[in-house]
Design a protein around this ligand. Sequence first.
Ligand code: GLU
Length: 472
Amino acid sequence: MIRTRFAPSPTGFLHVGGARTALFSWAYARRHGGRFILRVEDTDLVRSTPEAVQAILDGMQWLGLAHDEGPFYQTQRMPRYREVIAEMLAAGTAYHCYMQPDELDRLRAEQREQGRKPRYDGRWRPQPGKRLPEPPAGIEPVVRFRNPVDGVVAWDDLVKGRIEVANSELDDLVIARADGSPTYNFCVVVDDRDMGITHVIRGDDHVNNTPRQINILQALGAPVPLYAHLSMILGDDGQKLSKRHGAVSVMQYDDAGYLPEAVLNYLARLGWSHGDDEIFSMQQFCEWFDLDHITPSAAQFNSEKLNWLNAQHLRRCDAGRLAALVRPRLAARGVVVGETPSLAAIIELHKERVSNLNELADVAEVFYIDLQPRSELLARHLTPEALPLLDDFAARLAEVPWQAAAIAALIKECVARHGVKMPKLAMPVRVLLTGLEQTPSVDALMALFPRTTALERLARARCVASSAPRSV
Ligand code: GLU
């Protein structure tokens, strides 16, 4: 049984890099009928806040990355960590160290002076035949892991290939502080073991932790999971993706009008590929996803590509669902969505012309507000030649069956009779109906409105013309 986990530290938001890690871990479990576990690594009490935890849960929910187990919170597992520390002390795989911070600082300074790598010198590490100093009175010890001294610790990283680190490079890690609180790498190990994690998929900023974690797992007699360290994501400009690049949190993509499936589709392609497939659903992704096609090189974020993918997903999306997503955006602008035209019908007509939900809200809004087209647009299109044409069109419009085809036929007939080109009529109609110069075809647009509303909006041409200063 495959068991993966996403283990964010809640110190900010769910950002793009974290979301990709979560996606890959989730998809790998889905692909193999396994379990996906959410674990909140909140032991850094200074930086972890309830708001940040909530932001992660919200982000995961918005993306639809549902966990099968959890969320587990490390702060709620303290008794368990203490228990394992006690076991390790009893087994001799960990030991008390009474060295004080200032002693350690002095040691490190000396080592640096001598051109050596600063490291703990093992003075409290029990060895056969070694006499340990007397524990100083009144000092609480830290607990250190008894790291192997010889050999190498190695793993076949599923993304980066074989990685080997000599044990002589690793000193005896502090696993519990003097106040008894367990340290980061130790908690990760206990959790990965207790949660039966088989595949650790995470950012490659954790590669340096892996040898330490493997050694502790082995000391506990626990199976070592497989590791897949994902390369970092670079921004559009080739620099490490950061706040400077705009979206910090995946929820900002929600605000900006992206569909979660488009963001996921985009994230899936950041460092992973399936032939030339660009646009796919999460169901397809879960069928295809494997760890063999993850590139070890850094992936580069490309906002234009994301926008394009969002447009592709928008046009594939059912208008009813889009209406439900656009409605709160209109409400937030104070726009009351009326019965006619139906929001879904407006969206059906426009969804191939926009690249995000906010643009969809922009075009939908004009149907429901008391529209005041901008005066420069009116001036540009309500020319003296256009007015009789519009009058004639409006008069006949009162008679035709209210359907796009009949309206289209009437438009053709009018422009033919007046001997003008189509835009002479279509442009003022667009502007009067929507305040916009670019719209779908005028007949389809017009048929969305109730006939009376369309006629009222066209009648504005007369008002504007009669109130305009007379040109000399
Ligand atoms: N909590 C770590 C982070 O947010 C991840 C730890 C792990 O995946 O092992 O970077």
